[in-house]
Design a protein around this ligand. Sequence first.
Ligand SMILES: Cc1cc2nc3c(=O)[nH]c(=O)nc-3n(C[C@H](O)[C@H](O)[C@H](O)COP(=O)(O)OP(=O)(O)OC[C@H]3O[C@@H](n4cnc5c(N)ncnc54)[C@H](O)[C@@H]3O)c2cc1C
Length: 312
Amino acid sequence: MKLLLVAEYREEKLLGSINELLGFANEVNAETAVFLVGSENKIPHFAGKLYLADVNTHLEYNPDGHKALLLQAIEKEQPDLVVFSHSSYGWDLAPRVAFFLEAAQISEVVGIDNDEFIVPSCNSKLRRRVKSKSAKTVLTLQAGAFSAIEANETQPEIIALEADPASKETVIFQGYEAMEQGGVDLGKAKIIVSAGRGIGKPENVAIIADLAQALGGEYGASRPVVDSEWVEHNRQVGTTGQSVAPKLYVACGISGAIQHLAGMKKSEFIVAVNTDKDAPIGEIADVLIVADLKQFIPILTEKLKNLPGLRH
Ligand SMILES: Cc1cc2nc3c(=O)[nH]c(=O)nc-3n(C[C@H](O)[C@H](O)[C@H](O)COP(=O)(O)OP(=O)(O)OC[C@H]3O[C@@H](n4cnc5c(N)ncnc54)[C@H](O)[C@@H]3O)c2cc1C
């Protein structure tokens, strides 16, 4: 099998997501090439061909231009799979390429089993197995689903790509708009206690915030809690929130959907509190406490508050 991985370059940096795509390539043990609109000074390290277009000429994003360049690389490489990250770049570019190639597109892949791709469905409660029927297949891979390769110094063979003069611009990229920052920076917290949908109602955020305070940490939340406006967005952990790696992460009433895990699975020690002993969070938790958080957490918090010298 041959893969063409699509690397991303943003704000003058090569994004680390390419290392997860290379991890996927390792897992399927396939011949690998990479496509990048970027700079020769910041390239991914792997054994294979790097199809490189210059970012100064083609910009960091320009859908029609990048599609034309990628199609050139596909024409030369003839890969079986064209593999994107499940990111805003991938969401925009992958369907354009799949449509042009008349290829199947399988989005948000979290696993592969022989020639079947595993994708979440029903808000990540279930998993589907999908098989492509087309000669080429376009994939987007969910962040955190495949282990990133370790940094190394292997130099790829660089093949320069030029612009396709026939490509017309139908969409013009105007730039990035930074998300409003402010409030808490969870990335710096050593201890995070997070609230999931299992808290049941907004008043119960206080239970989670109290425990975080007793531990000398910060509180975070899963996306449904943020979407319900029970907690502000800058406390969301996961693919569309913050990525955190504290010493201790306490997940309260959080099922363990891949999008949440992607943002916290690098935590040093993970404790989960859940009424469901089979909740997927149990697969990565160091300790799973099977309990109703509304009963368990306040008792724990009270005990901790009375422990001398715990707060840092
Ligand atoms: C493109 C995309 C991006 C996403 N980005 C993110 C993201 O950044 N972050 C994120 O978190 N999610 C994200 N999601 C959503 C994600 O798929 C899940 O839907 C979400 O993480 C589920 O949140 P949850 O675990 O709080 O809720 P649920 O999945 O509903 O889980 C609730 C859990 O609480 C437990 N529970 C219920 N009552 C109690 C109780 N009394 N005591 C203890 N436990 C209890 C249940 O057993 C269950 O395990 C994204 C989804 C998509 C499609």
